[in-house]
Structure formats: structure tokens, C-alpha cells
Design a protein around this ligand. Sequence first.
Ligand code: HEC
Length: 184
Amino acid sequence: MNRTLILALSLTAIGTLQWAVAQDRHLYDGFKLVDKTGSLRKPADYRETYQILGTWTVLDPKGNQMHYTYASPGAAEYFRRNKKFADGTVLVKEINATDHATMTTGNANWSAATQVWFVLIKDSKGRFPNNPLWGNGWGWFLFKSDAPDKQVATDFKKDCLQCHVPAQADDWIYVKGYPVLHTK
Ligand code: HEC
């Protein structure tokens, strides 16, 4: 290979690396919400600053629900590049009650009051091995509307894990419901 070509290829490689590092600098660090013992504060500004990954409609005779999943800034872009969630990524899932009416579009349903918030934070380092809210690469948390800032999960293996087993191969996350993780 001639030297100019080698130089050009090296510069391209360095450029790509610098670009990736620059992108990662914009990543949100969810650990600012976590204290020394592994308790997490629900992010107050997630509706303003996080990105919506996708929504789910759950038809339930006890009351239909709409679920919104939000991700911390930079999470989707990182996922598209690396096929995994960055350490410190926060995912918030709101469960909303719904209202409905016949509208000019048809039988329309829309989100009403938020009932529950599920929060996950990616922990690639196993930071809290003795805390039952942390494990399998994530911290797992639950907040309910009667006391929206009070975390009420006690053990992720009992409160969360079983329902997430179908998504185990995707690091426990239902990525198929989130188009923005796959393409811009
Ligand atoms: C009854 C089953 C069930 C339980 C219990 C459950 N989850 Fe989930 N969770 C799901 C399903 C199914 C989805 C995706 C589809 C949906 O929302 O309907 C989901 C989605 C999520 C999401 C959005 C990211 C994703 O994986 O799609 C978060 C965040 C989440 N759950 C956190 C938790 C946490 C934290 C707990 C425990 C405190 C928990 N979940 C308990 C079934 C459950």
C-alpha cells in the first residue's frame, strides 16, 4: 500500500474515533440521580429533556392503558451505533390511564392521568451487588401516583424480572417497540 493511502486511512480511523468520543461526551449520566447506597431519584425533567422511544397500547377490561417509554439524552444514538445501551442510560416508562371518544378520526383513545412510573438505569459495572434493586446489568425502580417521588420496589427479582424474561436476549428491554433504536 502506498504511504499516502495509509496516511489517509489512518486519518479516517482517527477521525471516526474522535467523532465517537465527541458523541459520547453528550451522553447523559444517570448516576447523578443515584446516591451512595443505590437509591435513585425519579428524574424531574424527563418529559422536557428525554426522548420518547415508543408507546404501547394495552387493552385491558379493567381500563385501557397507554405506556410511554422515554430515554435519557443520547441513549438512542448510542444504541444505534453500538447495539447496546450506554452505562448510565435511564429509561422511564409511564403508565397512563386513557380516555376515549368517537372523534373525526374514528374510535380515539388518548392518555389521561399517569398512574405509575417504571425506571431503569443501565449499570454495566455491577455497582451495587448487595442491593436487591440492582442486578442483571440494571437498577430497577418503581414510583406510583399516590406518592410520585417515593420509590416502592423492594426486590427486582420479585417485582420486575419475571415479566422481562421474554426480552432477556435484548438485555431485558423490549427493543422491538422502539423504532428509533433501529433507524433514525
Ligand atoms: C406485568 C409484567 C411486568 C412487570 C411486573 C414489570 N414489567 Fe417492565 N415491562 C413489561 C412489558 C411487557 C414491557 C414492554 C411492553 C409494555 O409496556 O406493555 C415493559 C417495559 C418496561 C420499561 C420500558 C423499557 C422496555 O423494556 O421496554 C421499563 C423501564 C420497565 N418495564 C421497567 C420495569 C421495572 C423497573 C419493573 C419492576 C419495578 C418492571 N418493569 C416490572 C412488563 C412488566
